[in-house]
Design a protein around this ligand. Structure first.
Ligand SMILES: Nc1ncnc2c1ncn2[C@@H]1O[C@H](COP(=O)(O)OP(=O)(O)OP(=O)(O)O)[C@@H](O)[C@H]1O
Length: 763
């Protein structure tokens, strides 16, 4: 009712109707075109056997392309039908008389002969005024030009199912009613497009210069994954003419994530972007599936055993992810490279066609930009070329030489047996010589090339890892004998089982790249990595190196670095070591959108146990909920009894996704049995292989919870509690920050040293 009294109500209503009419009209025209052209294609195809088959075929292809383009717009139009736009800004550009109204939506709509679009795409330069600008004097940039003016209005417009629902005028779009409404929603749609509620700090990340590396440190729930997708959508829109969507790639931690992502990208009007995991991408580049030990095995070991007893494991993992490791490998390859060319000249018929010095110089200098095996091939081509030239010449000369001799004998000698024998003998000698030359010609290059060592990336790398002497020589200067022995023995054990560790993938790819290189089929020019804190320096380096690009966006949160023993512990280090000459940008996101003030406060208290002054704590958007309960029980039975009641309660509240997070899978299995016996609730265990999850009660080992979110989270500690070790603090922090609306912690007394002295926690 109130809305109808708004002086602009009629205007907004008419505007919406006008827009909808335009959309319907365009949809109808596209449908007509599609029908017409698909009929044309059918005709062209049915005539393919006739004489003009090729021109018909070309016609068919052109029409197919047309339909594809129409299809693309068509899908966007269908989507726009229900919600053509979500905001309006009124802007008067300096020098112009008129205040222009811009309606902002997910896809732009143009009308013939009109300069101002009916709807402006959220990714258009002017839309940034909606996300970042405040009322009053303002400016925006488009293709290097600055447009100044005055922003008169910022209006958020809620349209649902094509009907005008509400609109409100705002100044800054922070913590507004629209954002609140969006955050109240349940987690059944894990990732969603947030085009209408993007916040200023997020907008800056989305639109940051893509030509330089960008590192984003974002608190839990600050929208990193969401922003990663919007950034890609923004870039595809902005650089539509220079880049194919296929040249964008997003690396996510697992298939579950990728499935979430693949649902959101089409919503953002983006398809065909490559979505993969690091392991899958490495296997693809290496060209074979490398069998790895479970990538969580180390973390699980560290959770079960003391850190002190695993010092060598921690050292070895960090070492294999470091650029020192890469440098050791490089030193070994350089050594191989130096000894690679034969120590003899390339000769033919006693003549040097290429000296060993020349070949070495070609190999080490002229062709040094190529992978080793390709250089060998280049040398082979060169030797073959020279040999062919010389061989032809020598063959003619030899033949001529014999023919002259034969002529001479015929001229000076009397006919008779002696002359005949002499001529025959010379002819035999000539034929023999020519045959011998042809034989040498045929085998010369092959024999010479056989003097180059036979190398392949797999044996080169495994030799280096398992040979104590070699390892000591190339990596050993700062390592203890104990460390060297640990590395070599572990490598031998793994290789005997035909397995590698996750850390070996970068190394294998490095060696493969140096030896064999890649075909020029790597189309990826722009890479976005989510959960980047789990990546090592070597992983970042190899991606930059192999893809030959600095268009990398890394989004991560060091506070959630549960794989810090193998991942990144400092973004500064990434900038210094991986991008020293690439002018990387660094941005932070501290506002957190996922959870309530009460849950975030509790999680932050846990995080403060790290006693790390450099941590920037997540600031929740003001949204209140119940205070988390921290409940201690005398034993397992009492805990489980209370857990059933909690689950009933949460069900009653209408929460669709409820996660029961235990520290390890073993505790999840134990609880699953209990639930199965109780027979009231059906529960599943979420593990690495899971590809889909949307609702229900799910048991989650803490280390799989990263990146996910649930309406309600119950953290459970039966026997394996959380200690004050940084890894366990981070694990508990990650678990707590998964909740959207509700979180409690239930534990058996004595299992949670981490809670000691945590001020003001509710017991
Ligand atoms: N501007 C926004 N408007 C509405 N919802 C938002 C906004 N930004 C983020 N969200 C929501 O906040 C939640 C967290 O976002 P996301 O998962 O992208 O964060 P994250 O930084 O990757 O989190 P984490 O590191 O904890 O896994 C999601 O539900 C997302 O839809």
């Amino acid at each position: 009712m109130k809305l109808k009294k708004h002086p602009d109500y009629e205007h907004e209503l008419n505007r919406l109707n006008e827009t909808k009419e335009h959309i319907e009209h365009t949809i109808a025209s596209v449908e007509n075109y599609r029908k017409l052209y698909s009929d044309n294609i059918k005709d062209a195809m049915s005539n393919l056997d006739t004489q003009e088959s090729s021109s018909n075929y070309i016609d068919a292809l052109i029409n197919t392309q047309f339909v594809e383009i129409a299809d693309k717009n068509y899908d966007n139009l269908l989507r726009a039908r229900k919600k053509p736009y979500f905001a309006r800004i009124d802007f008067k550009q300096s020098g112009k008389d008129e205040i222009e109204k811009f309606y902002i939506g997910k896809t732009s709509l143009l009308r013939d002969g009109e300069f101002t679009p009916l709807v402006v795409d959220w990714r258009a330069p002017i839309s940034t005024l909606y996300y970042e600008g405040r009322l009053g004097e303002n400016q925006y940039e488009s293709e290097g030009d600055i447009y100044e003016g005055e922003l008169y209005l910022k209006r958020q417009i809620a349209i649902e199912d094509g009907k005008l629902h509400d609109f409100i005028d705002v100044d800054i779009t922070t913590n507004d009613a629209f954002l609140q409404a969006s955050l109240e929603a349940s987690a059944d749609q894990r990732l969603k497009d947030i085009a209408s509620t993007i916040q200023a700090e997020q907008n800056r990340v989305i639109r940051a210069n893509m030509r330089r590396p960008l590192i984003v440190q974002g608190a839990a729930g600050s929208g990193k994954t969401t922003i990663a997708l919007h950034r890609i959508a923004y870039f595809i829109y902005t650089y539509e003419k220079s880049f194919n969507p296929e040249s964008f790639m997003i690396i996510a931690p697992n298939r579950l994530f990728i499935n979430y992502i693949s649902e959101v990208l089409p919503e953002l009007g983006v398809e065909k972007v490559k979505q993969t995991t690091y392991i899958d991408f490495m296997n693809e580049l290496i060209g074979k599936k490398i069998h790895l030990v479970d990538k969580n095995e180390k973390l699980i070991k560290l959770l079960h055993e003391s850190h002190d007893s695993n010092q060598l494991l921690i050292w070895n993992t960090a070492f294999k992810g470091s650029l020192d490791y890469m440098r050791g490998i490089e030193a070994y390859l350089t050594h191989i490279e130096k000894k690679f060319t034969p120590s003899v000249h390339f000769m033919y018929q006693g003549e040097t066609l290429a000296s060993r010095v020349e070949i070495r110089s070609l190999f080490l200098h002229s062709y040094d930009y190529m992978p080793i095996i390709k250089r060998v091939n280049e040398i082979k081509k060169l030797l073959t070329f020279r040999l062919k030239q010389v061989h032809k010449e020598k063959l003619t000369k030899t033949e001529e030489k014999y023919n002259l001799k034969i002529d001479h004998i015929i001229r000076v000698k009397e006919p008779g047996d002696e002359r005949r024998n002499r001529v025959i003998s010379l002819m035999d000698e000539r034929d023999h010589k020519l045959a011998e030359m042809k034989h040498e010609f045929k085998h010369a290059v092959k024999n010479y090339m056989a003097l180059f060592p036979k190398v392949d990336y797999m044996s080169t790398y495994t030799e280096l890892m398992t040979n104590t002497e070699l390892f000591q020589k190339y990596f050993g200067s700062n390592l203890s004998l104990e460390q060297i022995d640990y590395h070599v023995q572990l490598s031998k054990t793994l290789i005997n089982k035909g397995k590698f560790e996750l850390e070996d993938l970068s190394a294998l790819l490095y060696v493969k790249n140096r030896l064999h290189g890649f075909e020029d089929t790597l189309e990826i020019t722009t890479l976005v990595i989510d959960e980047a804190q789990d990546f090592s320096m070597f992983q970042f380096f190899i991606l930059k190196h192999v893809l030959k690009t600095v268009r990398l966006t890394l989004l991560g949160d060091l506070s959630q670095g549960i794989h810090a023993y193998r991942g990144t512990t400092s973004w500064q280090e990434v900038m210094d070591q991986v991008f020293p000459d690439d002018q990387p940008s660094y941005m932070t996101l501290v506002q957190s959108y996922r959870t309530t003030v009460e849950i975030m406060d509790t999680a932050n208290k846990i995080l403060s146990k790290l006693n790390d002054e450099s941590i920037v704590y997540a600031k929740p958007v003001i949204r209140h909920g119940e205070t988390p309960e921290i409940l201690a029980f005398d034993d397992y039975e009492h805990l489980v009894g209370s857990l059933y009641k909690k689950v009933d309660f949460l069900h009653g509240k209408g929460y669709k996704s409820i996660a029961l997070i235990c520290k390890t899978k073993a505790e999840c299995v134990k609880l699953k049995r209990a639930f199965d016996q109780q027979k009231k609730h059906s529960v599943k265990i979420l593990d690495e292989k899971e590809e889909h999850y949307s609702a229900g009660i799910i048991l989650v080992p803490s280390y799989f919870a990263k990146g996910l979110e649930f309406d309600a989270v119950l953290i459970l500690s039966m026997s394996e509690g959380y200690s004050l070790h940084p890894l366990e603090i981070k694990l508990l922090y990650v678990a707590m920050t998964r909740a959207l609306h509700h979180m409690d912690l239930l534990y058996v007394k004595g299992t949670m040293p981490i809670l000691e002295n945590v001020e003001q926690l509710h017991h």
